[in-house]
Design a protein around this ligand. Structure first.
Ligand code: ADE
Length: 244
C-alpha cells in the first residue's frame, strides 16, 4: 500500500517512523510519504489560509495549494482512483470495519485540514481524481487532522499482510467480531490481593473459551450497549445466544 499525507505540520507525523508502522515501512510493506502543503504555495509568505466568505470566526484553507498538492500525489498508473481521506469532525465515523475496507486500497491520501477547514470546492474538485471520504474519529473536535491520521494509519497499517507478526491476534481483539475483547492476565497468579480468575488456571480449554466469550458479552453490554444492538445474528453461535 502507498499512503500520502499532506499537512502544514509534517513533523506531527514523525511517530509513523516508530514501532510496527515504522518497521512496516522499513520492510517495504508500506510506502508512506509526508508532504508539506506550504511547498505547494507560490507567494513569498507561503500562505495557506484566508478569511471566510460570509464572515465568521477563524480562517479557511485556500483551495489552490491543496489542488497542487493533491495533483502531485494522485497516483498515475494505478488501477483504481486513490481514496482521499479528509479527517473532519463532520465526516463519517471511523471504525474497525472502515479500517478493514481501507486496508484493501492501493493508495490512500490523507488531507490534514487546520483552522476552520479546507475550502469546500477542493472536496468537489477532488471527486474527479479521488474517491473522497471525509472521516471523523469521534464526536469531539481536534485542532487539525494530524492526530486523526496517526490513529487511522496505525489502525489500517496493522491490518496489512505481514505487519502484525501473529495474524491470530487480529482475530481475537476488540471489534473484530463486533464485541469488546475479553480481559487478559499474566503471572503471578496472585498479586496484591487480586487473583487471576481460577478458570484460566484450570487447563480446561472448553471452559476457558466459554468464560472468555461470556466476558466479551458482559463487558460489551456494560461499556458499549450500543454495540449490543448492532450485533449481527449471523456471527453468534448457539452457545452465544444462550449466553445472551
Ligand atoms: N479534525 C478535527 N476534529 C476531528 C475529528 N474528530 N476526527 C477527525 N478529524 C478531525
Amino acid at each position: 500500500m502507498r499512503i500520502d499525507v499532506v499537512s502544514i505540520f509534517p513533523e506531527y507525523l514523525a511517530p509513523l517512523e516508530l514501532s510496527l508502522i515504522g518497521k512496516a515501512r522499513q520492510d517495504g510493506l508500506l510506502e508512506l510519504n509526508v508532504h508539506d502543503l506550504r511547498s505547494f504555495t507560490t507567494d513569498r509568505h507561503r500562505t495557506v489560509d484566508d478569511t471566510p466568505y460570509g464572515g465568521g470566526a477563524g480562517m479557511v484553507m485556500k483551495p489552490e495549494p491543496w489542488a497542487q498538492a493533491l495533483e502531485s500525489v494522485a497516483g498515475a498508473g494505478m488501477d483504481s482512483k486513490p481514496v482521499l481521506i479528509v479527517p473532519s469532525p463532520a465526516g463519517e465515523k471511523f471504525n474497525q470495519a472502515l479500517a478493514y475496507e481501507l486496508a484493501e486500497e492501493q493508495q490512500l491520501v490523507f488531507a490534514c485540514g487546520r483552522y476552520e477547514g479546507i475550502d469546500e470546492r477542493v472536496i468537489d474538485w477532488a471527486q474527479d481524481h479521488f474517491t473522497v471520504r471525509p472521516v471523523s474519529l469521534g464526536d469531539y473536535v481536534l485542532n487539525g487532522g494530524e492526530v486523526a491520521v496517526l490513529a487511522m494509519v496505525e489502525a489500517i497499517g496493522r491490518l496489512l499482510p505481514g505487519v502484525v507478526g501473529n495474524p491470530e491476534s487480529l482475530v481475537e481483539e476488540s471489534h473484530s467480531d463486533g464485541l469488546l475483547e475479553y480481559p487478559v492476565y499474566t503471572k503471578p497468579s496472585a498479586w496484591r490481593d487480586h487473583d487471576v480468575p481460577p478458570v484460566l488456571l484450570s487447563g480446561n480449554h472448553g471452559k476457558i473459551a466459554q468464560w472468555r466469550r461470556h466476558e466479551q458479552f458482559r463487558r460489551t453490554a456494560e461499556r458499549r450497549p450500543d454495540l449490543m444492538e448492532g450485533l449481527d445474528a449471523g456471527v453468534l453461535s448457539r452457545a452465544d445466544r444462550q449466553a445472551l
